[in-house]
Design a protein around this ligand. Structure first.
Ligand code: ZN
Length: 416
């Protein structure tokens, strides 16, 4: 009965029941600590209470005891006991604060470890991505280096700005190698003969005989047509200038500015897209070289007789074939009269765009427009062959196809 009441109402209620009426309560100073009753009127009982207090480790229990003592004890005994109780409360509160600090430190440490683990995982992921990116860059550089080697094997070293040292800028050489690879990739017999002729002359810069190819950067890619096929005895030199496009970044080595796989893909894609125009220009210039080598003149598609200047050449037939091809190309490249949207789309067609450039060659000192266009017609026709294939030229430019057939018969057969 006492125990169940105690559980329900606490020590104060028990004290009240055990001590009978309120009148008696003040003189019966009794408390209960952990099922042990203390009569505070007994001398020395306070010391026992104090010892027992040390077994209380819950502040809430001590606070309840304090309420009991406040209510039941009196005089010096009460004052002393409250002091002890308050000391015990202090001790317990400090212990709790220490425990909380320790727990917080443990929580903080765990949090820091989780954070560090995240950072480690992020770093690992970054390193893995960086390694993957570096691998891809290396693979792409190796692929392009091989194309450069293949290109140099074909036309000789890509020359630097001083004309003697190999071009050190792998961004420029890669673009040229890609363009050259695209030209090489065309199976057209005439293109193969042109490349073969160029190939046989690849060491020309060393012997000053034959042809050499100079690769420069400086002007814009779209204006990369600064050809100069100046005949010096049996030596000719072609300069193709190309400005490094912005997508290749500000410095070498190639892809050094690339920071992600996506960016790498984008740069490779843009290089691919930049290639056809450069390939067209490159083949145009290589054609000049092959013509010069084969016919020993300033790119006329027939053997020089020393009489080009008055257009009275030995090979009347060849001259007529050339003029027919020029006239046909001029017509093909001239926008139809009263051009509407339909012919505008014709004009945007790559073949017509190439053809129309023949109209840009006008008379200059010592040379008529007809003469200039005669030295350009084969190079322009071969660009159309590169863009559209020989069957297209045979269909749309029959006179041009006949002229190309005459040239092809004169060029050496490709090496086996
Ligand atoms: Zn030209």
């Amino acid at each position: 009965m006492v125990t169940s009441l105690q559980q329900a109402a606490g020590n104060a209620a028990v004290s009240r029941i055990l001590s009978g009426s309120d009148a008696v309560l003040a003189s019966v100073q009794r408390v209960r600590i952990k099922d042990v009753d203390f009569d505070l009127t007994t001398p020395g009982e306070g010391r026992r209470v104090r010892a027992m207090l040390d077994t209380y480790d819950d502040v809430a229990d001590v606070l309840r005891l304090r309420a009991d003592v406040e209510r039941t004890a009196s005089g010096d005994e009460r004052k002393k006991m409250l002091e002890w109780i308050d000391q015990r409360i202090d001790v317990l509160q400090q212990a709790r604060a220490r425990e909380e600090r320790t727990a917080k430190r443990a929580r903080d440490r765990a949090e820091r470890e989780r954070e560090a683990e995240h950072v480690r995982a992020d770093r690992e992921r970054e390193l893995k991505l960086a390694a993957e990116l570096e691998d891809r860059k290396q693979a792409e550089r190796a692929r392009l280096r091989q194309l450069v080697l293949d290109g140099e094997e074909l036309v000789g070293p890509f020359r630097g700005a001083d004309g003697t040292t190999p071009q050190q800028d792998d961004r420029v050489t890669s673009l040229f190698a890609l363009a050259l690879a695209q030209v090489r990739g065309r199976a057209e017999p005439l293109i193969r003969r042109i490349l073969s002729t160029v190939h046989r002359s690849r060491d020309a810069h060393e012997v000053e005989s034959g042809f050499t190819l100079k690769v420069l950067n400086g002007t814009s890619l779209s204006a990369a047509s600064g050809e100069r096929a100046a005949g010096i005895a049996n030596y000719a030199e072609v300069t193709i200038a190309v400005e490094v496009p912005a997508f290749l970044g500000p410095s070498t080595p190639l892809f050094s500015h690339v920071r992600s796989l996506a960016q790498l893909e984008s740069v490779i894609d843009q290089m691919r897209k930049a290639t056809p125009e450069l390939a067209s220009t490159l083949l145009h210039e290589l054609t000049h070289l092959a013509l010069h080598r084969t016919f020993d003149n300033g790119s006329l598609p027939y053997a020089a007789s020393g009489a080009e200047e008055d257009e009275d050449v030995g090979d009347e037939d060849a001259w007529k074939a050339t003029r027919d091809a020029v006239a046909e190309l001029e017509r093909f490249g001239t926008p139809a009269e009263g051009a509407d949207s339909a012919s505008a789309s014709d004009a945007s067609d790559s073949a017509r765009a190439i053809a129309s450039r023949i109209l840009g060659y006008t008379q200059r000192w010592g040379e008529s427009a007809a003469q200039r266009r005669a030295t350009e017609v084969v190079s322009h026709l071969i660009e159309i062959v590169l863009a559209k294939g020989m069957p297209y030229v045979e269909t749309h430019l029959p006179a041009g196809a006949r002229l190309l057939a005459r040239v092809e018969a004169k060029l050496p057969a490709p090496d086996a």
